[in-house]
Design a binder for this molecule. Structure first.
Ligand SMILES: Cc1cc2nc3c(=O)[nH]c(=O)nc-3n(C[C@H](O)[C@H](O)[C@H](O)COP(=O)(O)OP(=O)(O)OC[C@H]3O[C@@H](n4cnc5c(N)ncnc54)[C@H](O)[C@@H]3O)c2cc1C
Length: 315
């Protein structure tokens, strides 16, 4: 136990080594840290070559192979990297997190141990109104006095419930029963193991702006750590999964309308009868518009037989 070997025959990721054990604060009292891992970018290549042979060997070809695997959803080689995390989060975050079924989890036991007096209390600006667009989301900013009142209520409720939790235990009640009145804001902790393929799936769903802000904060931090640990695979994940825009058949038709010069608002109104689908299409279009950058095409077929694209601002 606890011995550190300076020499190993295993694959080592320099980025992951720097991250190991480093605690990153999330929310008011939570944290996330990478506690262990197996493999590195090269693990995907090694696993994949059992099916593709030794045809490609250079580092640049390794990168191409990793990108191919992620792009073509050849996912099993991506499962050959493992990650283990130690997370401390409020129970309402853990409830969303635990829905990702491909993890191995070992959680703090409120039957065995006393639950610490730790609750998540949101910052004032996070206390927002119910969203009018998304039934699962938050919306407009509330007046400061409302935010303050709500925060005070959350603090006093948490203190009162914890006071009762202590009193119940003083009466000799079992911890497994004493805890049942604790709120969803109570902090819990776990060790969480997941392979890289399923971690990418988790990150895609939980970094997404539709996920609740509190779990997003964990996912964003985990994404940063994963990026440092497995940079080539993560770059492919960003390009082909995280930042990819998926267009339904209807959205493809609407895009063709726009490319033929029809106004976006008319297209949205005419094509999308469902207001949620319409809004999703408008959001996707806005996202695509934000990627627009000025470019100039040089057609130089005689020399290179290729179209050379040059950014105007680089001239
Ligand atoms: C924004 C958002 C809102 C949500 N809202 C709700 C909600 O209101 N109510 C609610 O209950 N949940 C909600 N969820 C949870 C959601 O429905 C999924 O349970 C969760 O995101 C896990 O996704 P997953 O099943 O793809 O992932 P994982 O459990 O990690 O599974 C990964 C993949 O493995 C496969 N898989 C795993 N287990 C099985 C199985 N038993 N059978 C078949 N295939 C399997 C599936 O292909 C799956 O995609 C929400 C999730 C998000 C991101």
């Amino acid at each position: 136990m606890g011995e550190l070997y300076s020499r190993t025959k295993r694959f080592v990721s320099k980025g992951a080594e720097k991250e190991l054990g480093k605690e990153h604060k999330v929310l008011d009292q939570g944290f996330i840290r990478l506690v262990d891992y197996m493999g590195k970018d090269g693990s995907l290549v090694r696993a994949a070559r059992t099916s593709y042979g030794k045809g490609t060997k250079k580092a640049s070809e390794d990168r191409t192979l990793i990108r191919y695997l992620v792009r073509k959803k050849h996912t099993t080689p991506v499962e050959f990297v493992e990650t283990i995390w130690h997370a401390k989060m409020p129970i309402f975050v853990a409830r969303q997190w635990v829905r990702h079924r491909t993890a191995s989890i070992n959680e703090y036991s409120g039957r065995y141990s006393i639950m610490p007096d730790e609750f998540f209390i949101p910052e004032l600006e996070r206390i927002q109104a119910q969203s009018k667009l998304n039934r699962q989301g938050s919306g407009d900013t509330l007046p400061l006095e409302t935010q303050q009142k709500v925060r005070d209520l959350l603090v006093s409720d948490a203190n009162q419930v914890f006071d009762h939790y202590n009193k119940i235990q003083e009466d000799g009640v079992a911890r497994e029963l004493a805890r049942i009145g604790l709120p969803l804001s109570t902090y819990t902790q776990w060790y969480w193991k997941m392979d890289l393929h399923n971690l990418f799936h988790f990150l895609k769903l939980r970094i997404d702006p539709h996920a609740q802000e509190e779990i997003r904060k964990y996912a964003i931090k985990m994404g940063e750590i994963t990026k440092k640990s497995f940079p080539v695979a993560y770059e492919a994940f960003e390009d082909y999964i995280l930042n990819a825009v998926n267009l339904s058949t209807l959205e493809q038709t609407a895009m063709m309308d726009i490319m033929q010069g029809i106004d976006i608002n008319q297209v949205a109104k005419y094509r999308f009868k469902n207001k949620f689908e319409r809004q999703e299409f408008l959001d996707k279009y806005k996202l695509l518009q934000s990627k627009k950058e000025p470019i100039e095409y040089d057609f130089n077929f005689q020399k290179t037989n290729k179209i050379i694209m040059r950014k105007r601002n680089k001239k």
